[in-house]
Design a protein around this ligand. Structure first.
Ligand code: BES
Ligand code: ZN
Length: 639
């Protein structure tokens, strides 16, 4: 990377931080304005900048703009071992301390670049907090702008899963992959682990012979010493730093898009995701250029705890998407959409997670509509709404159903419920319906441009909308309507009410079967896609054992290879005590680590008098799960 480029980004990142720290560019003049007393009572007085409560970093005083990693990937000790060089800028010219986030890191030495060369400098590590880790306070003197930390990670790092060869499909070589979102980058490196700070990064990695390392960065090949080189020239938040190392192969989809996976699933993955280029075209047509160079996908081992993770240039994907019929590709549309919503324009605080996930779920659905038509897009809207209504009814407190989340969440993971995703998307559907696509689409495109490579709050978005959309169409929406969506609980009654004829037919057929008018094999399932099956299974009343058996015999649901259908069926089987499904459920829990499925399956077992079964399966399955999933399931089973 050239020096000129680097300093340009440093200035950019510093400017971002100053802005964020002082409040939004465009104050939200409309929301909560005096003329509207209804919204005034809903809108809290604190509406602008709040510090990120999930970081110890003093990012309002000093900001780290660039990290250069130099690491051994040591599979024997299950550690990353080496050094990170950090470049920083003082926003407060008098600041002499840099505070970083660390968690479970072994710090060996810290040096500062001075006029006399690299010199050791003083630092302290605070007592660790179980969630936040340890604040690392470093003396940065008065003039330095670069420091180096020699460190290694812990085998227990929550952001890293180290798989033994036996835990991989190929069985011969080990595998490592990371998951930094929300606050696990600090288990990989000392960093300002808040989405309010953006940094560029580069890396030099040493890995055992025969393994391929990948990062959320440009893959720049091996240097003369065999070290693998990576560079991410666009400034990103720390949660997008990512690494995967394994016996990984590549298959191109086109010149700029391809798939990485273990050999056993490579061809199937390239086939399943063959429409990714069309998604990128649709996304670009709606919201402007893709700004990250290549876009690749990596299909990870089944213990990956998410459906997908939007690591820039290289989305991480669960193998449970490889259904064989492209029916689950909305997750690709979702992770790709994050290249605009989330990675380009980022929530600066996890309280604003809907800016990432709600916008992305909205863009995902628009892209699905472009590619596959309204019928499929509407089915996905209906399925999502059903899930979200359940999430709202299960919320531990009403504030957790606001789009702007409260400032006292227990853990940033609490921000990632279907409220952020689907209530967020539905707020944008509401705005789209009121302003019309002709106005709303160009507006969103201008939003992605205006805040490109910036980290912002909900109020920045609302202010931008006031100044660039509502000013032209002052009567399209009221302050009170917006406030109800953003600062109020539940789903406002102004929400779009999607109607799917396909699902109406499914519901009618289901009613005829449950009332005994037709047999299971007479259900008109020939044309059903995964979506119709999910609507059918999720909507079933409590079945008799005979009904379970009839469905299972007609359609072979127990043991089905489509993970979404399998999950919906096992949820019913647990609730209805359908024993014949239990061995296949156990097999599913032993092989699949995707949180969306397994958290609810364990929860359902525990809630339906099968806590012993849940404990027994977890005891054996646990070692194969990602550390994040281990923590979450332990919490669920302890409740
Ligand atoms: N960014 C999320 C994954 C995530 C959430 C990581 C919370 C860490 C904490 C990703 O973009 C995502 O939303 N994945 C979804 C798929 C989507 C189609 C709803 C998932 O994992 O199921
Ligand atoms: Zn997402």
């Amino acid at each position: 990377m050239t020096i000129a480029r680097l300093s340009a980004f440093s200035v950019l990142a510093a400017a971002t931080l100053t802005l964020t720290a002082c409040g939004p560019t465009n104050p939200p003049s409309e929301v909560g304005s005096a003329e509207n007393s209804a919204s005034q009572t809903i809108v809290p007085s604190e509406r602008f900048f709040t510090a990120d409560q999930f970081t110890y970093a003093n990012y309002q005083d000093v900001v780290v703009n660039h990290a250069a990693l130099d690491l051994d990937v040591d599979f024997d000790r299950k550690v990353l071992d080496g050094a990170v060089t950090l470049q920083f800028t003082r926003l407060d010219p008098n600041a002499t301390t840099l505070v970083l986030d660390t968690k479970d890191l072994l710090i060996k030495a810290v040096a500062l670049e001075t006029d006399d060369g690299w010199m050791p400098t003083d630092y302290t590590l605070a007592d660790p907090d179980p969630m936040m880790g340890s604040a690392m306070r470093i003396d940065i003197g008065a003039d330095a702008s670069q420091l180096r930390i020699i460190y290694q990670t812990s085998p227990e790092a929550e952001g890293l899963q180290w798989l033994t060869p036996a835990q991989t499909a190929g069985k011969e070589k080990p595998y490592l992959f990371s998951q930094a979102q929300a606050i696990n980058a600090r288990t990989m490196l000392p960093v300002q682990d808040t989405p309010a700070v953006r940094l560029t990064y580069e890396a030099s990695l040493r890995v055992p012979e025969g393994l391929l390392p990948l990062m959320s960065a440009s893959q720049d090949g091996q240097d003369a010493n065999g070290n693998w080189q990576f560079s991410m020239p666009q400034p990103i938040p720390s949660y997008l730093i990512a690494i995967a190392v394994g016996d990984i192969k590549f298959k191109a989809i086109n010149d700029t898009i391809g798939v990485y996976a273990e050999e056993y699933i490579l061809d199937a993955s390239a086939e399943e995701f063959a429409e990714t280029p069309m998604m990128e075209v649709a996304n670009t047509a709606l919201y402007g250029p893709y700004r990250w160079g290549r876009y690749d996908l990596i299909v990870l081992p089944p213990s990956f705890p998410y459906g997908g993770m939007e690591n820039p240039r290289l989305s991480f994907m669960t193998p449970t998407l490889i259904a064989g019929d492209k029916s689950l590709t909305n997750v690709v549309a979702h992770e790709l959409a994050h290249s605009w919503s989330g990675n380009l324009v980022t929530n600066s605080n996890w309280r604003d997670a809907w800016l990432n996930e709600g916008f992305t779920s909205y863009v995902e659905n628009r892209v699905m509509e472009e590619l596959y038509g309204k019928r499929r897009a509407v089915m996905e809207q209906v399925l999502d709404l059903e899930g979200m209504k359940r999430a709202i009814s299960e919320a531990k407190r009403p504030e957790l159903t606001h789009l702007k989340l409260p400032d006292d969440m227990q853990h940033p993971d609490d921000a990632f419920t279907l409220v952020s995703y689907i209530k967020g998307a539905n707020f944008l559907f509401f705005l789209e319906d009121r302003f019309g696509r002709e106005a709303f689409d160009p507006f969103l495109k201008s939003y992605f441009n205006a805040y490109a490579f910036d980290s912002i709050t909900t109020e920045d978005f609302l202010g931008f909308m006031d100044a660039n959309l509502r000013n032209t169409y002052p009567n399209a929406v009221t302050d009170a309507e917006i406030a109800a969506w953003v600062y109020g609980p539940g789903l406002p009654d102004t929400a779009r009410k999607p109607k799917s004829d396909a699902f109406d037919e499914v519901a009618a057929a289901s009613a005829r079967w449950t009332s005994g008018d037709i047999t299971a094999s007479e259900l008109p399932t020939d044309d059903w896609s995964t979506h119709e099956w999910l609507h059918f299974l999720n909507g079933l009343p409590t079945l008799t054992q005979a009904q379970f058996k009839a469905l299972d015999e007609a359609f072979g649901l127990t043991g089905t290879q489509n993970a979404e259908t399998a999950f919906a069926w096992y949820m019913q089987a647990i609730k209805g005590d359908y024993e014949p499904a239990m061995p296949a459920l156990e097999e599913f829990l032993m092989t699949v680590g995707r949180g969306k499925f397994i958290y609810r399956l364990y929860g359902a077992l525990a809630d339906n008098g099968k806590a012993d079964t849940a404990d027994r399966i977890f005891a054996t399955a646990k070692d194969g799960y990602h550390p994040i999933a281990q923590r979450r399931i332990s919490d669920i089973l302890e409740e």
